[in-house]
Write a protein that binds this ligand. Structure first.
Ligand SMILES: CCCCCCC[C@@H](O)CC(=O)SCCNC(=O)CCNC(=O)[C@H](O)C(C)(C)COP(=O)(O)OP(=O)(O)OC[C@H]1O[C@@H](n2cnc3c(N)ncnc32)[C@H](O)[C@@H]1OP(=O)(O)O
Length: 597
């Protein structure tokens, strides 16, 4: 109902406002009456701690409404006698359309000092009182196929507040009550929402700083609540926070979560929970869930995945922008000193592109953040102090995007017992938002000291074999000096393993100093091959396979020796200062069709 000038009107509506003798309730009552509603001004007239009773508070507001030309009656019942409160409306006006559950008291005490009476009184007035009034009003609203109900919650319930255990619990309870009343009322056009107000009132006086207290005028919140009570407002089951002439919807969100076992026939262990805890608590992909059906639907999907062939598959997402591509390029030594590197470092370059080895990262991060490797081993576990990157295969399957949110699915493919350690091989496939397969990664993780468990030594078919490096002298060589800060820079692309930065951690893992990421050395090698044989054209890159045979220390100079055999570029990377090989059995396959070889 609106007047010709667009004013929201309540003519013919009957509103019950509890606790309307002062503060917010009074403002609701005055505004509703000013807009044509007949108002039941309920107030027991007790103190803000719930002591005493008097008719004065309600009477003053009723007088004020009448003086302004409105219609109102006073009701002095406790909200716990909800039937009597609603009865006042029926007796005086024959109906009830709007119920604003606003009455409240405070009995603040720290949890230890809270007495049963403090707890019960606060719950009785806020929670039980709102329930009783709603329960009494509901049949009337149902019969007339219209109702608007407001529950009054509080940030004290949403966030907690020292000394308000009783009040916080009751106030969050009111959000739960609003949720269910909204569901039960929907089909009869009875909508229920919760208001989360911060207003200066008898209850907040002395609690809020003066400067804030003076700005938190109940008058500024009343229009929000009054709008929620209007027939034109279609919100139902929402929580609206309002204060100082500002309002917002508030809602709970649920993270993506993590499965806590690898298959349906496995149980959940505290160790598995610990391993995936960062995923359990990761809210980066949190979403609002609308209802119970959606909430349980997601669980059914998890169970279906565990039951089907997907049972050992772990899924992870990986979001990146051109900034990440540039950071990665810097991490593997790309430099503006090489004019041909600008395409990897400057997003406005006409040939701006990703160095293809960037796409090892989604699989690496999935493997490192999941319990895949540790769970694959029969006895000893795997943690960052005993795993080394052993081998890596990457195959690019489609045109590479420059940003996006990728999905990676990974699983353990093979486990080998190599005596001095175990080798766990994982396979990961990375897809774009449209399900386009972008990259396949196969990683071998050498778990030092985890061998001798009686497992097989040889790989199964499907573990990508190393290349056979030609015996002749290299066709070409390129040297790159890594910087002392190479690992410190490279780690910012995602592999935060302390082995590469923390001297104490490196010592625990058996190294004198932090070592470079294997994938950083791989990146340098890819740059050498692209520079020498593909004119830095990333789109010519098809695949790479390497074995990491010895660690690199940041600051050392890498020499990449290369042999060209058709579209396969064999390479070996060694350390100039020591002459030691660090990457062997390695090759890059370039695409034959477009390659300028
Ligand atoms: C997605 C992936 C996630 C991975 C997480 C990684 C997180 C990162 O932050 C960690 C890193 O980047 S670590 C840095 C890069 N890696 C390294 O520096 C490791 C270098 N390699 C070594 O030190 C040794 O090869 C070493 C120690 C690995 C093995 O040396 P030895 O114990 O002396 O073994 P050896 O006697 O030479 O050989 C025994 C058997 O093991 C096989 N093997 C050797 N090196 C291997 C390797 N790198 N990968 C796989 N298998 C390997 C040998 O072939 C041999 O098997 P077999 O007897 O059947 O021939």
């Amino acid at each position: 109902m609106s007047s010709p000038n667009g004013e929201l009107r309540f003519d013919g509506r009957v509103a019950v406002v509890t606790g309307a003798g002062a503060g917010l309730g009074r403002e609701y009552a005055l505004l509703l009456a000013a807009r044509g509603a007949k108002v039941v001004v309920n107030d027991l007239g007790g103190t803000h701690v719930g002591e005493g009773a008097s008719q004065r508070a309600a009477d003053i507001v009723v007088d004020e409404i009448r003086k302004n030309g409105g219609e109102a009656v006073a009701d002095y019942n406790s909200v716990i006698d909800g039937a009597k409160v609603i009865d006042s409306a029926i007796k005086a006006f024959g109906r009830v359309d709007i119920l604003i559950n606003n009455a409240g008291i405070l009995r603040d005490r720290s949890i230890v000092k809270t007495t049963d009476q403090d707890w019960d009184l606060v719950h009785d007035v806020h929670l039980k009182g709102s329930f009783k009034c709603t329960q009494a009003a509901f049949p009337h609203m149902k019969a007339q196929n219209f109702g608007r109900i407001i529950m009054t919650s509080s940030n004290s319930g949403v966030y907690g507040n020292f000394g308000q255990a009783n009040y916080s619990a009751a106030k969050l309870g009111l959000i739960g009550l609003a949720n269910t009343v909204a569901i039960e009322g929907r089909k009869n056009n009875i909508f229920c929402n919760a208001i989360i107000p911060t207003a200066a009132s008898r209850m907040t006086e002395g609690i809020l700083p003066d400067i804030l207290f003076n700005e938190l005028k109940p008058k500024l919140i009343a229009p929000v609540v009054v709008y929620l009570c209007h027939e034109s407002c279609e919100d139902n089951g929402n929580y609206i926070e309002s204060a100082a002439g500002w309002a917002t919807k508030v809602h709970t969100v649920r993270g993506k979560g993590s499965v806590l076992r690898a298959s349906l026939d496995e149980t959940v262990t505290p160790e598995f929970v610990k391993n995936v805890w960062s995923k359990v608590t990761d809210m980066s992909q949190a979403k609002h869930v609308d209802n119970m059906a959606q909430a349980t639907g997601a669980l059914l999907e998890v169970l279906e995945n565990l039951k089907s062939g997907e049972k050992d598959v772990i899924e992870d997402t990986f979001a990146f922008t051109n900034k990440d591509l540039i950071l990665y390029a810097l991490g593997i030594g790309a430099s503006v000193k090489n004019s041909n590197d600008l395409r990897f470092l400057y997003e406005n370059d006409s040939d701006f592109s990703a160095i293809p080895s960037f796409f090892v990262l989604p699989g690496l991060l999935l493997t490192m953040s999941s319990p895949l490797v540790g769970n694959a081993l029969p006895q000893s576990g795997a943690d960052l102090s005993n795993i080394l990157h052993g081998e890596q295969y990457l195959e690019i399957c489609d045109d590479l995007p420059l940003d996006g949110q990728l999905v990676t699915k990974g699983k353990v493919f093979d486990v080998m017992d190599k005596g001095s350690g175990a080798v766990v091989v994982t396979n990961c496939e990375t897809f774009d938002e449209n399900g386009r397969l972008l990259a396949k990664n196969q990683s071998s993780i050498f778990v030092v000291g985890a061998g001798k468990f009686g497992g097989k030594k040889e790989p199964i078919t499907g573990v990508v074999p190393l290349g056979v490096t030609p015996k002749r002298s290299p066709d070409s060589s390129i040297q790159y000096t890594t910087s002392l800060d190479q690992a410190a820079l490279y780690r910012l692309s995602g592999d935060l393993n302390p082995l590469h930065i923390d001297p104490n951690f490196a010592r625990v893992a058996g190294f004198k100093t932090p070592i470079l990421h294997g994938l950083c050395s791989l990146g340098f090698s890819v740059r050498a091959v692209l520079a020498k044989y593909a004119d830095n054209n990333s789109s010519l890159f098809k695949a790479i396979k390497v074995r990491f045979v010895a660690p690199v220390i940041p600051g050392q100079t890498l020499k990449v020796d290369m042999w060209k055999e058709n579209t396969r570029i064999h390479f070996r990377t060694s350390i100039v200062e020591t002459g030691k090989d660090v990457i062997t059995g390695a090759y890059v396959d370039l695409k034959s069709s477009k390659a300028k070889l």
